[in-house]
Design a protein around this ligand. Structure first.
Ligand SMILES: Nc1ncnc2c1ncn2[C@@H]1O[C@H](COP(=O)(O)OP(=O)(O)OP(=O)(O)O)[C@@H](O)[C@H]1O
Length: 605
């Protein structure tokens, strides 16, 4: 199929772009690390020459030329440090932004089809979190952890090597001492605080979950008269979460303070060691202060890297979430590829002008052949051996108890799910779960969403290019004309948030106008009249059946109202069809149907 091959070519190009972007950003990150190390060495050299300059000046040289070279070097290193720092930021941010942009692109390509699937694990809210917060954390991971850690490791190596040239024994001691700052302290902070961090995260999540739950059920809390009780409980939970977070902050501060003390002690040790070397005559006395001061920026780099490592867990969790989403995207892409292969097989079968004995038929002919569906990870089939045939214009009602599998059937008919066995065909082609899977049908659900904009914009949502005459025709067919005429602003009336301006029945009619304007050959109705009073329900159903005359209808319902107008009524129980026929046939042949009909429509009974 054209779509699939284009999709594969597109994804191949995207993959090679991603690889090129990754190579580019790795090079930039390495450059940033080199510049960072350069800036750090300049800082160390600045203090080193300054220490020497101060000590030499204190010995009152005979003329300024005696300290001219250190003076020039101090200026050069000071200037070099600022320039290198600037270039490091530039290269680091450029590399991080490159990584982020490629990550966002890759993730977006993977998750875009997921977000549109109602049954996917990844929902729109998660998507926003992933795209905004989690990717931001990856940036922090690169700039605040990876880069400082690389620079600190290089500074550690350079520092220890420099000491080792003068005194290998002291170099080994300092390697262990500074090694604790570089690796030991952050490891202790990470391991020791793991349980506390987990508890703090849990407490925070619990408080927010309770808050969200209470906001949704606010009216019921107020009616129950227990608002104060709930507020007190929520405040207590927040206090508990804040106390745990405060404990974590205090612990991090204590660890930082300990590292600063250790760094101070290291400077004293360096001074004593340099003093010893001067006494032995290995170095001049003016270098004592130089060596001690040069250690400061190097030790500071180790502490900064250690602090960043201690904070790395939250960023790593964000990385895990991104990875999980990528895996889910890859799994769905594999599903799509499988469905596409089935589509190709069916195309090949069609080339022989027949699909298992059936002529290819009308492009909008729906056919389910022994369809089974099992949700991933489940042990039993939710749908079993379903057979359904809907030539254009046929009206089928699907009835069944809650949990029978009606919504799963609708998802299958929309092409969101691919059968795990059997075939779901549209015009002889598999209804595969692809990006354009819903192009053949329109859906009218229980609570269609109306956006906070004008009535006309809400109706035009599926066909923004539709002219006013087409919109008015849809309005007329949906039985909305009297309402629109009674509104001072007519079609320009705003529907307010969630369609608050209109009643439930009116909202359903607006959604019906949307479906009419969309002009799809197949319409799936998912209990569109649920929750309406019987008169409004009957009126809406009458309008609906009239307005959608000539289109294929698959109508999921719990009520038997309107069954007379259906071409076929199908009962599903535990995923399998247990009863089927026209209203007249079922009235004659099924006592169960007669009983249900009498219960639902006592007057008719
Ligand atoms: N994502 C899922 N993973 C596993 N099982 C699921 C999933 N979605 C639905 N099910 C199960 O499949 C069965 C059929 O669910 P479905 O939503 O299709 O029923 P339904 O007939 O539409 O019910 P209702 O009338 O209450 O909406 C139920 O037992 C449900 O628990």
């Amino acid at each position: 199929m054209t779509f699939t091959s284009t999709g594969r070519r597109g994804s191949g190009r995207a993959a090679s772009q991603t690889r090129a972007a990754r190579r580019g950003s790795t090079a930039k990150l390495a450059l940033a690390a080199l510049l960072g190390l350069g800036a750090l060495l300049c800082a160390a050299a600045l203090l080193y020459t300054s220490g020497h300059l101060i000590s030499s000046s204190a010995l009152r040289p005979e003329n300024v030329l005696m300290v001219y070279v250190p003076i020039v070097l101090v200026r050069t290193f000071g200037f070099g440090k600022a320039v290198m720092q600037y270039l490091e930021r530039l290269a680091g941010h450029s590399a991080a932004l490159r990584v982020l942009s490629s990550l966002r692109g890759r993730l977006y390509r993977l998750v875009e089809p997921l977000a549109a699937r109602p049954r996917s694990r990844v929902r729109t809210g998660d998507m926003l979190g992933l795209m905004a917060e989690d990717i931001e954390r990856v940036q922090q991971l690169l700039l605040r952890f990876a880069l400082p850690a690389l620079i600190a490791a290089a500074a550690y190596t350079v520092g220890i090597a420099a000491i080792g040239r003068l005194d290998p024994g002291f170099a080994v001691f300092m390697a262990c001492y500074a090694g604790y700052l570089l690796l030991g302290a952050p490891a202790l902070a990470l391991l020791g605080g793991r349980e506390r961090r987990r508890r703090a995260r849990q407490a925070r999540r619990r408080a927010y979950t309770e808050l969200t739950d209470a906001v949704f059920g606010m009216q019921d809390w107020m009616l129950s008269g227990r608002t104060r009780e709930w507020l007190a409980r929520f405040a207590e939970q927040r206090r508990h979460a804040a106390a745990l977070e405060g404990g974590l902050r205090r612990r991090a501060w204590r660890m930082h303070w300990l590292s600063q003390c250790l760094s101070g002690v290291a400077i004293i040790l360096l001074s004593l060691w340099a003093g010893g070397l001067a006494q032995q005559g290995a170095i001049g006395p003016t270098w004592i202060a130089a060596i001690a001061l040069a250690g400061m920026p190097l030790l500071e780099a180790l502490i900064r890297s250690g602090d960043a490592t201690a904070r790395v867990t939250d960023d790593a969790a964000a990385l895990r979430r991104l990875r999980d989403t990528e895996l889910e995207g890859e799994r769905l892409a594999a599903d799509d590829a499988r469905s596409a292969a089935e589509a190709a097989a069916a195309d090949a079968a069609l080339a022989g002008h027949e699909v298992d004995g059936h002529a290819a038929g009308h492009p909008c002919e729906l056919r389910l052949e022994r369809v089974c569906y099992r949700y991933p990870g489940e042990t039993g089939d939710t749908l079993r051996d379903l057979e359904l045939h809907a030539p254009p214009g046929k009206r089928i009602a699907v009835l069944g108890r809650s949990g029978a599998g009606k919504s799963t059937l609708l998802s299958l008919l929309q092409g969101e799910l691919a059968p795990t066995a059997g075939r779901a065909l549209l015009g002889g082609h598999p209804l595969w779960a692809g990006a354009d899977s819903q192009a053949h049908c329109a859906v009218l659900g229980q609570q269609p969403h109306l956006f906070d904009t004008t009535l006309a914009a809400n109706i035009r949502i599926g066909r923004p290019e539709a002219d006013d005459a087409a919109v008015m025709r849809a309005v007329r067919l949906a039985g909305l004309e009297p309402l629109v005429e009674s509104l001072p602003m007519g079609l320009r009336t705003r529907v307010l948030e969630g369609g608050r301006r209109f009643s439930g029945g009116e909202r359903q009619r607006i959604a019906l106008a949307r479906v009419i304007l969309l002009d799809r050959p197949i319409v799936l109705l998912d209990e569109p009249a649920v929750g309406l009073d019987p008169r409004t329900e009957q009126a809406l159903l009458r309008t609906l059946l009239q307005a959608l005359e000539g289109r294929t209808l698959i109508w999921v319902t719990h009520h038997l109202t309107g069954m007379e107008a259906m071409d076929e009524i199908v009962f599903i129980d535990e995923g399998a069809i247990t009863l089927r026929g026209t209203h007249r046939q079922l009235l004659q042949s099924s006592a169960h149907y007669r009983r249900l009909y009498r219960l639902d429509r006592p007057a008719a009974g």
